[in-house]
Design a protein around this ligand. Structure first.
Ligand SMILES: Nc1nc2c(ncn2[C@@H]2O[C@H](COP(=O)(O)O)[C@@H](O)[C@H]2O)c(=O)[nH]1
Ligand SMILES: [Zn+2]
Ligand SMILES: [Zn+2]
Length: 633
């Protein structure tokens, strides 16, 4: 991954975001197909998790939030010129994933000021806005207050400390008329999340659909041309934990033909599902790696309030019926855009020759300033190789978890109990990203391990019981209790494309370079770099830029470090150490002989999952080698 990072050997470094000029020769190639524009179009972000600086070590996702400001505003202007509607929507999880959102006392204090620069039309809440009471309070007092009736939380309430009553954090729904005259009824529905702070309430969808306000909205007296359902909810209705299927069926009972458009999130994947001939659902990845595009046409004077029903001129149009035997007038197109400037510039070129807008440039400049204020570029150590979460087998030396297990064993130590061996257990969902070869900074610490879990323990647990806990947790699917866990995603980490196969027809030239084109739409035949290779209900042409596939291996829900053991292994008792996020899961496995009165802080309340990785990187010889481009000052 030599391209991962520019040289840095001082404590503070400026962001090395590579600016890819249009047409300049680049290691990465870009899109080749113009976007299809319909009468109604959407840009979709989800699970941004604070990645507003973009991916400093991955050129393919190297655009920052300022570039997105420039791009989205350009497309808004283009839509107006085309006489089409363009709605920009977000489906939650705004922090827990990068220093910009997580290095402040309360997550989001700085990053929300950057996030708010996008001219969103509608947004909804994610589970990460609800784990901690102070973040939930910020969501109500700042996010919902800022966005007003655009912030939809149809099934999420917060305890109002003034009235001591339950209030919706945002609006339950919104009836709106678009620029071009479409009448839309919109909702924002979180999956039936149960790990929320006790000052908040998540109303299960099955209850929500019986509430009077919802029944009245579905039976609204004014005409509805489209139901729009945003949700921090897996887009595929039959995906584990999704409530979109219930919502679809409930609306269909009253409106058999009105189009219903879903935008999902939470499971961190690119996906597009067809629910019926007039209803589809898009999910657009995570971490500012993907910008989702959805366009649709089929509105006419009879089924809508559109003033002008002609299709936009001079651009491709959506051509795909949602189902093969569809008698519906609606046609769709979807695209997953790689989050980089070259992609944004390509798709904005017909609009104007200058890509950057003043607000986009000032947003990028603010990000750099905030990063320096937060010292996010402070160098902790040099990562000697790539360590990925799922691109290599769980026990492989290229997988991050064996290294993290060693980090737990070596750094999570109670100095007064060093004579007692210990198992240290954490959930793999608490680790959020790969570690790239090269500089590891304060920012990277948040990127890989953003949570501040304390380490708890039960002392002197008999080996016979303690040694069963990890398997017990992994077999119980316990982490599913807190939502869906991080569902597998293909990752763009620099592996040799020759070791991967590309979905679709693969052609290799005599040098072994992978050339490929998909059966559905022939793309420019180029050397492919590793990235997302998505298959959804419309096939394999959704990825705006074709990539070679990255290997994916299943990982268990939990992993464990083992410290202080002699050659004989576990012989008597051990200290069973675990992150506080999974305390109830561990106690459930230990059984009735144990309760939270047996639990205490192992090191201290202040030594958290933020600290062990930082300590390990700073101290271990593994990370202090003076690697090229990463010399410790
Ligand atoms: N160790 C911790 N893991 C956490 C915490 N909060 C969330 N999580 C993990 O994240 C997923 C949900 O992430 P999402 O982006 O898919 O919504 C959850 O299942 C846990 O595995 C935490 O505080 N500590
Ligand atoms: Zn998420
Ligand atoms: Zn989520």
């Amino acid at each position: 991954c030599d391209s991962c990072f520019g040289p840095t050997n001082h404590v503070e470094h400026v962001r090395h975001v590579k600016r890819m000029q249009p047409g300049a020769p680049n290691a990465t190639y870009g899109p080749t197909r113009a976007l299809e524009w319909g009468q109604l179009n959407f840009l979709h972000t989800t699970d941004t998790h604070g990645w507003l600086e973009g991916h400093l070590k991955e050129e393919n996702y190297g655009a920052d939030w300022g570039d997105f400001v420039s791009f989205s505003n350009q497309l808004k202007r283009h839509a107006a010129k085309l006489g089409s509607d363009l709605l920009v929507v977000d489906t939650g999880d705004l922090h827990d994933g990068a220093g910009l959102s997580d290095a402040t006392t309360v997550d989001g204090e700085i990053s929300l000021k950057i996030f708010d620069k996008i001219n969103y039309d509608l947004l909804t809440i994610g589970n990460h806005e609800l784990y901690l009471a102070e973040v939930a309070n910020q969501t109500a007092k700042e996010i919902a207050a800022y966005w007003g009736d655009k912030y939809l939380t149809s099934n999420v309430q917060i305890l109002d400390s003034d009235t001591n009553g339950w209030e919706y954090i945002g609006n339950t729904h919104k009836y709106l008329t678009t620029e071009q005259g479409l009448r839309i009824m919109a909702f924002g529905v979180l999956f039936d999340f149960t790990g929320n702070a006790n000052t908040t309430k998540v109303i299960p969808a099955a209850t929500m659909i019986t509430e009077n306000w919802f029944v009245d909205a579905v039976n609204y007296a004014e005409p509805i041309d489209l139901f729009l359902i945003l949700g921090h909810n897996p887009a595929r209705p039959d995906a584990d934990g999704s409530t979109f299927g219930l919502l679809h069926d409930t609306i269909r009972k009253v409106h058999p033909r009105t189009p219903i458009q879903f935008f999902g999130g939470h499971s961190h994947i690119r996906d597009f599902a067809v629910l019926d001939s007039s209803s589809t659902s898009l999910e657009s990845g995570r971490y500012c790696e993907t910008l989702g595009w959805l366009s649709m046409s089929g509105f006419d004077k009879d089924n809508s309030g559109l003033g002008n029903t002609t299709l936009p001129h001079g651009v491709p149009h959506p051509t795909r019926k949602a189902t093969s035997n569809s008698t519906s007038p609606f046609k769709y197109a979807r695209r997953y855009l790689d989050w980089n400037r070259k992609t944004f510039e390509f798709h904005s070129q017909p609009i104007s020759s200058t890509f950057d807008s003043p607000s986009g440039l000032s947003t990028s400049s603010e990000i750099t300033t905030y990063r320096e204020q937060l010292h996010l570029g402070e160098l902790y150590g040099c990562v000697p190789q790539d360590y990925c979460m799922t691109c290599a087998p769980f026990t492989s030396s290229n997988n991050i978890f064996p290294m993290l297990s060693q980090a737990l064993a070596e750094t999570v130590v109670n100095e007064n109990r060093t004579d007692t061996p210990r198992y240290i257990i954490s959930n793999t969902g608490g680790i959020r990203f790969d570690m790239h070869k090269g500089p590891f900074t304060y920012d990277d610490n948040f990127i890989v391990s953003p949570f501040r879990d304390a380490f708890l323990y039960v002392p002197d647990v008999p080996c016979g019981l303690a040694s069963t806990v990890l398997n017990g947790l992994n077999n119980a699917g316990a982490s599913q209790k807190r939502g869906l866990g991080v569902v597998p995603v293909e990752r763009d980490i620099c592996v040799d494309p020759l070791t991967t196969g590309f979905m679709g027809l693969e052609v290799r030239d005599e040098d072994g370079h992978v050339h490929a084109h998909s059966e559905v739409t022939r793309r420019q035949v180029v050397d492919l770099t590793p990235g997302y290779t998505t298959t959804d209900d419309f096939g394999t042409d959704g990825d705006d830029t074709a990539h070679s596939e990255i290997p994916y291996y299943e990982i268990p829900d939990f992993f464990q470090g083992e410290g202080g053991f002699g050659e004989d292994g576990c012989t008597d008792v051990v200290d069973l150490v675990f992150v506080d996020f999974i305390e109830s899961d561990v106690l459930a496995i230990l059984g009735s002989g144990y309760s939270d009165s047996d639990v205490d802080y192992y090191v201290s309340a202040n030594f958290t999952t933020q600290d062990y990785l930082a300590e390990f990187v700073k101290a271990s010889d593994l990370f202090q080698a003076g690697l090229p481009n990463c010399t410790i000052a």
